[in-house]
Design a protein around this ligand. Structure first.
Ligand code: ADP
Length: 629
């Protein structure tokens, strides 16, 4: 059998970039291949827990690197799970992850320099081999299968799969090194790389020289053989070692191995659980959010080991969803080896570990917030949006999470944000509630006329401009005994009781004086607004639009519409500024002119809050006419 297939377009494109990339750290190809070999053994070990026939050869798990200087080849072999024909096609012919389209897009946008980062992010580390090799041959036999296969590609845009002659399970990957990459045939060089990138791999990695000179001296033969027997890596699981004995670089490399991230982690959190359940954990916060975080079929969760045996990665039961940016490993001796994912679902030990992990992450963030606010701000810029979901979903810890939230406010400079406790501390003594305004963009919120009176009375307003903020507004409840109030909804009043009373009186008086005007405005806008009234919110603008106190939040309306429920368009309230000269002018206009002016006024209110006017052309004509007058 011999089949020739075309690479999927995005792979061909990527390979092209790999080959022509000027990326200097080509050495990381070895880390990727060793990582794959280690994963393959992990999987074989795990599957054999339930299917003993997979390990009928009673394997001694190992990874071997063989160098042949004459043939200029480097071969990385493992006795892990191996691949059958279908695996080969699926794994080494396409990009497995769901982000294919995204990958091409980012490749086009970011260009070759970002390639290593993209390869990592999209889980296509195998192709890094082509950074150093012009041709790659994969010989593999799946454990439990009865055939072996050979996959080959020399970068011509095609790969072939043919029958192989490997008679033991596992995978060997042979790289035909380019002439300027022969350094990787050297024991010292390879040994250094293994130490640097792959020291923690749990299986012995050995190095063997294939082309032995015929006249090798007895002494050097012995020396070589001794050397080749000794693993290049120390094989100690990092999470089992004391923090003080591990260098940050070692943690960094382990993190890269685990996540395929090409950058070091933002924060490393080693810890152990003692007491009710015993476990060791090594958690990481990444530097950057990936778009995966917001995809419905995203990977999330931690890797789980039970007494050194790898059980699975992406174990989502170990992490609440709102901490899904955390990655890492948990190793527990309190679980049985034959656990299945289903069993983990409602396992008491797993629940306890999840609790401990959650508390550890939150306390790490609390610490960071206190000790290095700038670092915390950096973390928050990347993952704050995800963390916020916890206020909604983790009722028991909602108060703790609220303390970690930051918001820009009407008073803060653009790009700056504050914690809720800072907001509350700076509230004027007469202010009872915490004010917020919802908007799609921070600029819109800042400009909103609805904020005018709050500003005048020295009250700051939180600008909630993240899509999740709207959901949060329904579940955030209170903070330090203070309610959250949408400043663009229902009645609001500011200042001391006397001030409020005086304002109410003034308002009643103005409403009485403007009675006729208000009723004619209501008539003109009858199909657009539910009510017209004198505002307590405005100082400088002539008018603004606000929601009724009981109005459904827009998110709810969207959800109900998505469920095909008939939700009528919610009409808002037009509030006018009784002391604005424009209102005084309009009051005395003749009926026709007033009607035109009212419609313009309404459109201007929409524009002021960043909403589109319903008939832009009409608005433009009317404005021009008015200017002519
Ligand atoms: P990733 O490892 O991130 O999934 P790779 O491109 O490195 O991406 O590998 C693609 C897939 O090929 C792996 O997920 C795995 O299924 C398979 N694979 C790679 N190397 C091996 C190996 N040594 N043994 C078994 N399967 C392998």
């Amino acid at each position: 059998m011999k089949k020739t297939n075309q690479f999927k377009a995005e792979i061909a494109e990527m390979l092209d970039l790999v080959v022509n990339s000027l990326y200097s750290k080509k050495e990381i190809f070895l880390r990727e291949l060793l990582s794959n070999a280690s994963d393959a053994i992990d999987r074989a070990k795990f599957l054999s827990l339930t299917d003993k026939s997979l390990v009928s050869d009673n394997p001694e798990w190992k990874i071997q690197i063989a160098a042949d200087s004459a043939a200029k080849t480097l071969t990385i072999s493992d006795n892990g799970i191996g691949m059958d024909e279908e695996d080969l096609e699926n794994n080494l012919g396409t990009i497995a992850s769901s982000g294919t389209k995204k990958f091409r897009q980012m490749l086009a946008e970011k260009g070759g320099e970002s390639l290593p980062e993209l390869i990592g992010q999209f889980g296509v580390g195998f192709y890094a081999a082509f950074m150093v090799a012009g041709k790659v041959v994969v010989e593999t036999r799946r454990r439990g299968g009865d055939k072996s296969f050979k996959w080959e590609s020399d970068l011509s845009g095609e790969y072939t799969i043919s029958d192989g002659d490997r008679d033991f399970p596992g995978t060997s990957i042979t790289l035909y090194l380019r002439d300027d990459q022969l350094e990787y045939l050297d024991w010292w060089r390879v040994g250094d790389l293994v130490k640097k990138y792959s020291d923690f791999i749990a299986y012995p990695i050995t190095f063997m020289k294939k082309d032995i000179p015929a006249d090798e001296k007895e002494e050097s033969r012995k020396e070589r053989e001794d050397r080749e027997k000794k693993p290049l890596n120390t094989m100690v699981a990092l999470w089992k070692r004391q923090k003080k004995d591990v260098k940050q670089e070692e943690y960094d490399e382990f993190y890269k191995h685990l996540t395929h991230d090409w950058e070091a982690p933002f924060e490393t959190i080693p810890f152990s659980g003692e007491g009710a359940v015993e476990f060791k954990a090594l958690l990481f916060l990444p530097k950057k959010a990936t778009m995966e975080l917001f995809m419905p079929n995203r990977k999330r969760g931690l890797s789980l080991y039970v007494r050194n045996v790898f059980i699975g990665d992406d174990i989502e039961m170990l992490l609440p969803d709102y901490l899904r940016f955390v990655t890492g490993v948990v190793d527990s001796s309190d679980l049985p080896l034959n656990v299945s994912r289903e069993m983990l679902q409602d396992d008491a030990v797993i629940r306890k570990i999840k609790d401990a992990v959650t508390v550890k992450v939150l306390s790490t963030l609390e610490d960071m917030k206190k000790k290095s606010p700038e670092r915390y701000a950096e973390f928050y810029a990347a993952f704050g949006t995800v963390l916020k979901e916890g206020v909604h979903s983790d009722f028991a810890r909602a108060d703790r999470i609220k303390k970690l939230l930051k918001y820009p406010t009407a008073r803060s400079d653009a790009g700056k944000s504050i914690f809720l406790e800072d907001y509350v501390r700076d509230m004027p003594s007469t202010q009872k509630d915490i004010y917020y305004i919802l908007a799609e963009r921070e600029e819109d919120a800042r400009r909103s006329p609805v904020l005018e009176a709050a500003r005048k009375h020295g009250c700051d307003v939180l600008l909630w401009c993240d899509p999740v903020d709207e959901y949060l507004s329904e579940s955030i409840g209170e903070f330090e005994g203070k309610k959250f109030v949408d400043i663009a909804k229902g009645d609001v009043s500011f200042g001391s009781e006397e001030e409020q009373k005086a304002e109410k009186d003034a308002n009643d008086k103005a409403s009485e004086e403007l009675k006729d005007f208000i009723s004619s405005v209501s008539k003109t806008l009858e199909d657009k607004v539910s009510q017209v009234r004198v505002s307590t919110r405005l100082t400088d603008s002539p008018c603004c639009l606000v929601q009724q106190a009981h109005a459904l939040p827009p998110s709810m309306v969207r959800m109900m519409r998505a469920m095909k429920q008939d939700v009528p368009e919610e009409k808002r309230v037009l509030e006018i500024n009784a002391s604005h000269p424009l209102i005084a002018k309009m009051k005395d206009m003749d009926a026709d002119a007033q009607r035109e002016a009212v419609i313009l006024l309404y459109d201007a209110a929409l524009i002021a809050e960043g909403s589109p006017v319903s008939d832009g052309a009409r608005f433009a004509t009317k404005l021009a006419e008015l200017m002519m007058k």
